[in-house]
Design a protein around this ligand. Structure first.
Ligand code: APR
Length: 317
């Protein structure tokens, strides 16, 4: 089988970790693009020189020329400013939409047949803009947010209950903002509802709810928690890992069910917007959107989150 080609646009914190993970897992040849001269070349040289030690056998090309992304199977977009302490993701829209316009044009001209995953924030708006400019079909462009938001929720559950993260399943829907929708009803440990385990641990429902509410709040603000600690940028290891799960599912046709920011055409009561929902990712890109019934409270949270996404996206025009 011919080797796959993965282009990463934006060779900063997330881009660098992504390049290393793609190399270490031999997912394909890597092209790392950035507007900063020398930086993507330097990072690729650095990663390549670890290949005899790590034992991976793929090529890495750092570049400032969009022509080098031609023929990519997957293009991952990380270009854009990260937030600083005190900023919301939405505060990035003006500067990052300017960057996204250039990037999307580069993809349209050079890799129009690729599958695109956007990571730049504010995520839901950046995916929307990227699709508008590239004109990519909706099954070939998604955003990464839900895998990470769900992973953060799962991490806090595992810590709280003292169990392995591998046995925790947690799902977060909606936009990638403070109104995101972590689904309590479906959160489980090896199939056992988390709320039941919390009630047993604390012996009463009120305390269990209080603990869950604190985890929900932390999940919603988890990105900001990292920003406040780092001070100079935002999370990059976990966004990169989350994106790799999506890349792998597409390249290896795994058909994993991963929360992705996808274009909705009536699903979950949303029409014409990119919002996070569970999707089957495989060789055909977004192969299926998994729809299921939300209860009244969940639907209300979803509606609130979607309203926030709409408010932001509609300012793009
Ligand atoms: N074209 C390509 N790359 C660009 C452009 C552009 N027009 N403008 C800026 N970049 C590059 C920067 O040179 C930088 O190397 O994008 C890179 C961004 O890297 P970082 O500043 O390290 O940011 P990072 O932490 O990787 O986050 C990138 O993902 O999660 C989001 O909010 C985050 O929007 C941010 C993005």
């Amino acid at each position: 089988m011919a080797k796959k080609k993965i282009a990463i646009i934006g060779g900063g914190q997330i881009g660098g970790v992504l390049a290393q993970l793609c190399a270490q897992r031999e997912l394909g040849d890597v092209v790392l693009f950035d507007i900063v001269e020398g930086m993507p070349q330097g990072k690729c040289l650095d990663i390549a020189e670890a290949s005899p030690v790590d034992g991976f056998d793929i090529s890495l090309t750092g570049t400032n020329n969009y022509k080098d992304i031609a023929g990519s199977d997957i293009v991952i977009v990380t270009a854009g400013l990260p937030r600083k302490p005190g900023m919301s993701r939405d505060d990035l829209i003006e500067v990052n939409s300017k960057i996204m316009r250039q990037v999307a044009e580069g993809i349209k001209q050079n890799a129009p047949d690729s599958f695109v995953i956007v990571i730049s924030n504010p995520l839901d708006a950046m995916v929307t803009l990227c699709q508008k400019i590239t004109g990519l079909p909706y099954n070939r462009i998604i955003g990464q947010a839900g895998v990470l938001d769900s992973a953060r929720f799962a991490t806090f559950i595992a810590w709280e209950l003292g169990v392995s993260v591998r046995d925790v399943t947690a799902l977060t829907l909606g936009g990638h903002g403070d109104d995101m929708v972590p689904l309590v009803r479906y959160a489980n440990v090896s199939g056992i509802p988390v709320m039941e385990l919390l009630e047993r641990k604390y012996g009463n429902a009120a305390k269990a709810k209080e603990v869950m509410d604190a985890m929900l709040n932390r999940t919603r603000k988890a990105g900001g928690e990292v920003v406040a600690l780092l001070k100079t940028g935002s999370a990059f290891y976990s966004p990169a890992s989350s994106t790799i799960a999506m890349v792998e599912s597409v390249l290896k046709d795994q058909k994993r069910v991963l929360a992705s920011c996808v274009y909705l055409d009536g699903e979950f009561g949303v029409k014409g917007y990119f919002v996070g929902v569970p999707t089957v990712l495989g060789a055909g890109g977004v192969e299926k959107i998994i729809e299921f019934k939300l209860d009244a409270e969940e639907q209300a949270m979803m509606d609130k989150s979607v309203a926030a996404v709409k408010g932001l996206v509609d300012t793009l025009a």
